[in-house]
Design a protein around this ligand. Structure first.
Ligand code: IMP
Ligand code: MG
Length: 180
């Protein structure tokens, strides 16, 4: 498919699954080498709903002991960030004393990651690393350290591979960009 339509907007193909897959292979190799000697199981956090596909793809590539928990966060409405972060579902497990890797679909303003890092610190996580599939460097407002970034993209609105436009488009295997 070259274009898709959701609600009132048209999107065109931007990043193929093959490109994403290669980018995920590259960061997975780095994460595997960074955690190969870890003495305790790592806690993965999937940031629902957007990071669900990315988390699953990364889990298939990571070969050290790990548990999985989730949290649901949202800052987007339509095609723009609202500047406030909601947490409709809190952490589904314990992070106290744990080494954590957060899996996020995309970092835009960075506010979601700032808030999640605050929550994890408050809950007593020992170490927190952030792994994001995509980063929009031109949209970043917060001062935040991103440990693993699979791909950087321009400041345009996208859907697919877990990301939605008002809940539609999450089940696309490739990533599509808003056709202006
Ligand atoms: P931030 O808090 O501004 O960094 O926004 C991050 C969150 O907004 C991500 O977890 C996504 O769910 C959502 N988001 C950011 N950019 C896009 C986009 O282009 N399409 C769909 N969702 C996005
Ligand atoms: Mg998200």
């Amino acid at each position: 498919m070259e274009t898709v339509v959701y609600h009132d907007k048209r999107f065109r193909l931007m990043i193929s699954y093959e490109q994403l897959s290669q980018a995920m292979d590259r960061i997975a190799a780095r994460i595997n080498s960074d955690y190969s000697g870890n003495s305790t199981p790592v806690t993965f956090i999937c940031v629902l709903n957007g990071a669900i596909m990315f988390t699953a793809e990364m889990m298939k590539r990571l070969n050290f002991d790990a548990e999985l928990i989730s949290i649901k966060m949202s800052s987007y409405c339509g095609t723009s960030s609202q500047g406030t972060v909601k947490v409709p579902l809190g952490l589904t497990g314990n992070v106290e004393g744990r080494d954590v890797i957060v899996f996020e679909d995309i970092v835009d303003s960075g506010l979601t990651m700032v808030e999640l890092k605050r929550i994890l610190k408050e809950k007593g996580a020992r170490d927190v690393k952030v792994c994001t599939m995509l980063l929009k460097p031109d949209a970043l407002k917060a001062d935040i350290k991103l440990d693993y970034v699979a791909m950087e993209i321009p400041n345009d609105f996208i859907v697919g591979f877990g990301l939605d436009y008002d809940e539609l488009g999450r089940n696309l295997k490739d990533i599509y960009v808003l056709d202006k």
